[in-house]
Design a protein around this ligand. Structure first.
Ligand SMILES: Cc1ncc(COP(=O)(O)O)c(C=O)c1O
Length: 433
């Protein structure tokens, strides 16, 4: 078994600055030092000692075109010269309006109104707020609760945390602080769908909406469900007059093989949240996109019926320029084809893990590959072994998963999968703690 460190020399800036940084999702008392990364190239992270790792994470699903794409860089550099930022209250600018128009065209149905924010969690907050106000603006009181699903993850801000799985999530100890919502199993069988439908019917008078990560539940355990389930959940929402919010912050922009996962279920949600891959992994930007029907309820001669929300850095021109350039690349480069092809490659190449002791399941959907284990023991050592093998993965919970850049070549993906299988094979022989 390997040592816990990444066997890297620590650069000066890390040695001196680490005592002032607070790392995400990290027990800093016991965790090894993070990787010192000094540059990115193509699908690689470049470490301080010059080593290059194939990034199997695409920096938390964001870098869909790989890193440092010249087209995005050029767009951002030009925008930086002209206008890096202006407030959005009372002001419009071309990068934001062009992006809104393109998003409205790209998204299914009449999802035509785009509200920009600066992170996925905030786009979820905005979606929840819009859903509650949708009812208030029509004079309907009391519809303030949401239905979300077991294993859901929708972000780390308080409203978003309230619709995460209340029991099986990293936010479970905030019970009492968070608003209490309804958490249901994603229905799969006819009987479960009927029960879900009946549940919505019985609680309709207090439910503003249902929120779902369509096809793939991400940080709650990389669980997959079928397009049919999503379609039936949509029908149940419609039948019971409850809004449907699709959180495509992780699944959007090609990750599941179509631009948006909802397309595979032929579903148009009432509200759609996007983020992560929106700027091709370069700058922080997210959007909450509502249908005309939802938006129209905010139009009135009552100023309080307006959406009272406006993050300071919303619609940042640099981020919008990056997003426009990223959308150009979806038009000119074969990202969706590659994501679809990766499903078979990931499934096939990760399948040897299926036979290993401690492995429960191996699955792939689009450009997401998952090895689910019984118990992820020796996590720090496993992470270190991946780094020694020249790949960057960050297993958590009970999954070792990969979400590589959609620009990764078949050869690079083969190396990523082969090294993953080799290390997981080794890990499976370590005595469980
Ligand atoms: C499905 C989903 N929703 C919301 C979020 C939160 O986005 P952010 O981290 O940009 O706030 C994430 C992030 O992982 C996510 O996967």
């Amino acid at each position: 078994m390997s040592s816990e460190s990444h066997n890297l020399s620590t650069p000066d800036w890390q040695q001196s600055g680490y005592r002032n940084i607070w790392m995400p999702y990290t027990q800093m008392e016991t965790s090894p030092l993070p990787l010192p990364v000094v540059a990115t190239e193509d699908v690689h992270l470049v470490l301080a000692d010059g080593r290059k790792l194939i990034d199997g994470m695409a920096s938390w699903w964001t870098a869909c075109h790989g890193y440092n794409h010249p087209h995005i860089r050029q767009a951002v550099e030009e925008q930086l010269r002209v206008m890096p930022h202006v407030m959005f209250g009372g002001i419009n600018h071309e990068p934001a309006l062009r992006l809104a128009q393109r998003l409205a065209r790209l998204t299914p149905g009449n999802l035509n109104r785009v509200f920009f924010s600066d992170s996925g969690s905030v786009s979820v907050e905005v979606a929840l707020k819009i859903a509650v106000q949708f009812w208030l603006n029509q004079g309907v009181e009391g519809r303030t609760k949401f239905v979300s699903f077991q294993h859901a993850y929708h972000g780390d801000t308080t409203g978003a945390m309230s619709v995460c799985d209340p029991l099986n999530s990293m936010h479970s100890h905030f019970k009492g602080f968070l608003l209490e919502q309804y958490s249901r199993q994603i229905p799969t069988s006819e009987a479960e769908h009927a029960a879900f439908d009946a549940f919505l019917g019985s609680q309709q008078s207090e439910i503003a909406g249902v929120i779902i990560e369509p096809l793939i539940q991400g940080a709650g355990g990389m669980k997959f469900h079928s397009p049919e389930s999503v379609a039936k959940i949509r029908e149940a929402c419609q039948r019971n007059q409850v809004l449907l919010i699709a959180d495509e912050i992780a699944t959007g922009f090609g990750r599941t093989g179509t631009m948006f996962a909802c397309e595979q279920a032929d579903v148009v949600p009432d509200i759609l949240c996007v983020g992560k891959g929106l700027t091709g992994g370069t700058l922080s930007l997210a959007a909450t996109i509502a249908t005309d029907d939802v938006f129209n309820t905010f139009l009135s001669d009552d100023s309080l019926a307006a959406l009272m929300h406006g993050p300071t850095f919303m619609a940042n021109p640099l981020a919008c320029a990056a997003a426009n350039a990223s959308l150009d690349l979806f038009e000119t480069e074969p990202r969706l084809d590659r994501a679809l092809a990766m499903q078979a490659e990931l499934s096939d190449q990760l399948s040897p893990c299926r036979e290993l002791p401690g492995v429960v399941d191996v699955r792939a959907k689009g450009a997401v590959g998952v090895i689910q284990v019984e118990h992820l023991h020796h996590l720090d050592q496993l992470r270190a072994r991946f780094v020694e093998a020249g790949i960057w993965l960050r297993p958590f919970g009970n999954v070792i998963y990969m979400t590589p850049p959609l620009s990764i070549t078949a050869e690079q993906l083969t190396t990523l999968c082969a090294e993953t299988v080799r290390v997981v094979h080794e890990w499976s022989s370590w005595p469980a703690d």
